[in-house]
Design a protein around this ligand. Sequence first.
Ligand SMILES: *Cc1c(COP(=O)(O)O)cnc(C)c1O
Length: 454
Amino acid sequence: MTQRIKIVLDEKEIPREWYNIQADMPNPMRPPLHPGTLEPIKPEELGAIFPMNLVEQEMSTERWIKIPEPVMEKLAIWRPSPLYRAVNFEKAIGTKCKIYYKNEGVSPAGSHKPNSAIPQAYYNKISGVKRLTTETGAGQWGCALSMACQMFGLDLKVYMVRISFEQKPFRKIMMETWGAKCVPSPSNDTAVGRQILKDFPDTPGSLAIAISEAIEDAVSSKDTKYSLGSVLNFVCLHQTVIGLEAEKQMKIAGDYPDVVVGCVGGGSNFAGIAFPYIRDRIHGKNVRIVGVEPNACPTMTKGPFIYDFGDMTKLTPLMPMYSLGHSFVPAPLHAGGLRYHGVSPLVSQLLNDKLMEAKAVNQLDCYKYGVMWARSEGFIPAPETTHAITAAAEEALQADAEGKEKTILFCWSGHGLMDLAGYEKYFSGTLTNYELPDHEIEKSLASLKGYPKI
Ligand SMILES: *Cc1c(COP(=O)(O)O)cnc(C)c1O
């Protein structure tokens, strides 16, 4: 039999329901706390920044949540996404293991992010919202939401982390092409932005700062809500279409993964590929789940499990998560989408319960494997995606060393065609690793003194 290297599903195989892991977790996630009262946050309080239909999803413990028809129609533009076996990459690294990848880079925006941008725009639209604000790191989320807001007739303003705004100028043009407005963050358009620019004129910016600006704008503008592209439960929920499709495709391939890998910024593409498999693990299946992060922003591998804010100026609820502290400003990595101080509370609880593992990799290894990938499989990966590739390759080589033939599945979260500056630096030998010294972590965690512990 000839080997199947590409498994494509029919359009009618797009999942009709999202999978909510909250229905199956042995220990439920701890509740987010109100930043003022430190009591569990109430739905109405979240309603100040999100529409109630999304707040309901955030708190839901229903196992399956139906995907609305207008959302299905938009997802069908590129879904189901193809699953490949990376036979050429396997050869390139010389492994006997099988490596499968789910290609989320085929969406119009180039990453998995539209899987949540589309439902978020839809739920805001049907709630009567006219305008959204958001932050973006590398620009992937800003692009995805720009496209989704255009599809559903909403205005959008994007606060883009300054370092990425400068490194990736074409992202802004993409957002404008889809009809949104994009400014570098910190900006002069908000009080928090002006304050930070005054105190730290040279700051590269951070997602935590950009989130503060977007929330301030949303709560002080008419008919405006805020949208977040990762971290939250409903974002993880929306991304489960990735893993649900992958399950069907792996069955067609006649394989079941020994290891499932995803890179982790806020945790959404990882949740997407992994949560359906974590459900299997909860029910006794022997499958390992690995989340990968940069060692320059080692949230899961070095941060404590703690209550922390999602943004710089403490506007968000306190969330139970692994965190480096909301005042942490990560090194200017090219994987901008992985420069976040915290991580999804759901992912955090699962990590704390040892239903998954975390691993950190360095930037130079990531580019090495990213280039090997492009030269063997063709697709040029986003810098974030190279973290998953690196971990998948290391899993394979480790298994080879132990004389085992493993099946590895990972989420190929997006393409890097807008991120070529990082590749250019790598080729010219000017790209460096950033190791985060422990005293830096202690310094930024000091800002959490006096807040509730876990
Ligand atoms: C945003 C992004 C990530 C990281 O975000 P998660 O919410 O952790 O998935 C990873 N890969 C790509 C291509 C991205 O755009």
